[in-house]
Design a protein around this ligand. Structure first.
Ligand code: GLY
Length: 380
């Protein structure tokens, strides 16, 4: 969309991924005027390249209790969020409650999964330890080499590209102004002004939801910018056929395979600390195909549709950075790292409450931006 940049807007959001779009859309639902600026096409960076797994149970690491609660809250909010989204966009985005099947291909994997299982049981999370045979009963295309598995029935997934399309449509339908292909250059925090490639815009409140590019804006001192870096992920899309189709998200300790309702099979992802490098490497693709093949040999027959690179926005502690910056009218919503699609609903609702009412729920408090800025917020 190429609307002209307005001279002012109550809220200006920089960054049109699922996080920026959903915050903007929820603010519009509360009657606030919103302009969203994206440096490219909204939703076509990390949000587009995600696998769409909604898997707080599979993805919780040891000791990540705050993430677990926040992720579970977001997953529980998804049905309401998608109902509202259908009302405002006319697009139905199905939630696929397919569960996660974690698999072990050898003794090492099995011992690792056993530790994950024990940890989940200690938290009373639904987690079933199963044999290789039972794993193949659940997903017949699994390799005969699978020796054991962990069945996590509560995880789900979504088509993240459909989610992007619906959020974009809902944002526009609710009267949001979407300015694409427009770089935001700098902020003058005292003058409440954002300078962009297409001119300046005044705001009452500014939300920076720029993913891994969150530090690429002038006018805010370095020490007040969110500590976010890119973590590169190479990711493949294969095409399943009727005879060669998975029904569950499969994860080995080295790869995941997420089957989508339209026949795509997303195989991901590498995790590389290479700055803003977006090159596709033979090694990255080879590893994904090799590990995917070890788990599900039938991928050998599938068409390779797409190879892409996404840059995950990882914060210093790998957790999201939400809420007020050291400048009271500037807010951050970034650092969602591997969990942006999962955490979209909770981030949208929490940020809307924070911006309009100054409140965060107990589950969101561990992720406030203030943990990185060791002084009181000030009003310039
Ligand atoms: N959440 C999956 C990934 O970041 O690769």
């Amino acid at each position: 969309m190429n609307a002209n940049l307005p001279a002012k807007s109550d809220v200006v959001i920089v960054g049109g991924g699922v996080i920026g779009l959903s915050i903007g859309w929820q603010l519009l639902r509360r009657g606030v005027e919103v302009t969203l600026i994206d440096k490219g096409e909204a939703g076509k960076a990390a949000s587009w390249l995600a696998a769409g797994m909604l898997a707080p149970n599979a993805e919780v690491g040891f000791e990540e209790m705050d993430f677990l609660k926040f992720g579970e809250k977001s997953l529980a909010l998804y049905p309401q969020f998608l109902d509202e989204l259908r009302d405002d966009s006319g697009i139905d985005v199905p939630l696929d409650p397919c569960g996660t099947l974690m698999i072990a291909l050898d003794r090492d994997d099995s011992e690792f999964l056993k530790r994950l299982h024990d940890f989940r049981k200690s938290l009373k999370l639904p987690s079933e330890w199963i044999s290789g045979t039972k794993a193949r009963d659940l997903e017949p295309m699994l390799s005969p080499k699978v020796v054991s598995g962990l069945w996590l029935p509560n995880d789900a997934q979504i088509d993240n590209r459909l989610l992007v399309a619906a959020l974009r449509q809902a944002f526009v339908n609710k009267g949001g102004t979407l300015i694409e292909h427009c770089d935001a250059h700098s902020v003058d925090v005292s003058a409440h002004t954002l300078r962009t490639k297409h001119g300046a815009i005044q705001f009452s409140r500014l939300v920076l939801a720029m993913g891994c590019w969150s530090r690429r804006i002038d006018g805010i001192p370095d020490e007040h910018l969110p500590p976010v870096r890119p973590v590169k992920g190479q990711i493949l899309t294969l095409q399943m056929s009727k005879d060669l189709a998975l029904s569950k998200v499969i994860r080995s300790p080295r790869v995941y395979l997420a089957p989508k309702h339209d026949g795509r099979l997303v195989v991901g992802a590498t995790s590389e600390e290479r700055g803003f490098d977006e090159s596709i490497t033979a090694g990255g693709v080879m590893d994904l195909l090799q590990e995917g093949y070890e788990a599900v040999p039938a991928i050998y027959e599938m068409t390779l549709q797409e190879v892409r690179v996404g840059l995950r926005p990882a914060s210093r502690d790998n957790e999201p950075i939400l809420g007020q910056s050291p400048h009271t009218h500037v807010f951050y919503a970034t650092g969602h790292y591997r969990h942006g699609i999962l955490l979209t609903p909770v981030t949208a609702y929490e940020m809307t409450n924070c911006i309009l009412d100054g409140v965060f729920s107990d589950e969101a408090k561990p992720f406030t931006a203030s943990r990185f800025f060791y002084h009181e917020p000030f009003t310039p």
